[in-house]
Design a protein. Structure first.
Length: 350
């Protein structure tokens, strides 16, 4: 009897574009464009509260992925028994804070969420206020629902650490302009369903692709091999990621200023500085790129804080010059001040 090899394990959190267009929310009658809008608003809510709590960007990514995954199995349409996206955003942030062991107190998270919900960062909220208890009850009620829908699968990969490793592998870690564009792309990616479509590593590779086109800087071949192949990147997934982000920037769901998208077509081959070009120029064209310095860049359509550059631990850079160079604390904090959402929050009673 011949032995049959078992099929490779599948990732239950990896979805096709068709599946993303067949979520419970869309089945309940909400237009896909409206669902994309609510997803962006929910993650923007997470970003604003996270900035207020001074949480690491990795924690905000984890919370956003929890949020997106939850709505692949649950509806936003309250008239059909769904849950409002701001209530799930607050719950996802609360859960991510615990998973990532950031040690923010429950009280502080509730107060930050309530302030964002009321669009008033100076609002005085204490543990006796009605608003405080409304959000507390909501978060604690929906935490159990979220854990069940996520199947208690709480280990989330993120693109930020990988982005620095990939840039270092390409010897581009000192290219501040390209690095910040790529980081902002990763922040913006979570405002879309992109984390449901491709892995975190592919998001990081796609961010380099986007940054290369946006800054008009080519990336050197490595040992005669195209840079994305050297990084084991997939051209189709990178192209899909760029199309998702172009749709997001074009639709502009958060009604913020559109980024200045580059005019050239997004073609991976155009981002290469081929080996024959390197040899004809002495093999040192990277030096000029490394020395490039540019003002802070904001690409995203969300809160200003979503575009700040922080290291993988969430702290401003204190690393050695060799790798993971990020802006100074003053630069980061000046970019982090998030504007409160324009949308009135109407939380579901817990």
């Amino acid at each position: 009897m011949e032995a049959h090899e078992s099929p490779p394990p599948t990732n239950q959190w990896s979805f096709t574009p068709d599946e993303v267009l067949s979520t419970p929310t869309i089945i309940d009658g909400l237009a896909p464009s409206e669902e994309r809008l609510r997803r962006a608003k929910g993650v923007n809510f997470i970003y604003q509260a996270g900035v207020m709590l001074d949480l690491p960007q990795i924690t905000l990514w984890v919370a956003a992925v929890f949020f997106h995954r939850f709505y692949m199995r649950y509806s936003m349409v309250q008239e059909k028994g769904g849950i409002h996206h701001y209530n799930i955003a607050a719950t996802a942030l609360f859960l991510a804070n615990k998973v990532e062991e950031n040690c923010r107190k429950t009280k502080d998270i509730i107060i930050a969420v309530a302030k964002v919900a009321q669009k008033n960062p100076k609002l005085i909220i204490d543990e006796q206020s009605k608003e405080y208890w409304r959000w507390r009850d909501s978060i604690l009620t929906y935490e159990e629902v979220m854990l069940e829908q996520l199947c208690f699968d709480l280990m989330i990969d993120n693109p930020y650490r990988q982005l620095f490793d990939l840039l270092e592998a390409l010897d581009m870690i000192h290219n501040k302009h390209l690095r910040k564009i790529a980081w902002a792309f990763c922040n913006d990616a979570c405002l879309t369903a992109l984390p449901l479509l491709i892995e975190a590593r592919d998001v990081a590779i796609s961010s380099i692709f986007f940054a290369s086109v946006h800054t008009n800087q080519q990336v050197d071949d490595v040992n005669g091999e195209a840079w994305w192949r050297f990084l084991n990147g997939d051209a189709d997934r990178c192209t899909r990621a760029i199309e998702v982000m172009r749709q997001f920037y074009t639709e502009n769901p958060l009604r913020k200023q559109n980024p200045s998208l580059p005019s050239p077509a997004f073609d991976l081959e155009n981002t290469r500085r081929r080996a024959e070009t390197l040899s004809s120029t002495g093999g040192t064209p990277r030096d000029a790129d490394r020395a490039s310095r540019s003002p802070a860049v904001r690409l995203n359509g969300g809160a200003e804080g979503a575009g700040d550059a922080r290291d993988a631990s969430g702290d401003p850079a204190t690393r050695s010059p060799k790798r993971n160079i990020v802006p100074s604390p003053e630069e980061s904090r000046s970019e982090k001040r998030a504007k409160l959402s324009e949308d009135k929050v109407e939380p579901v009673e817990g």
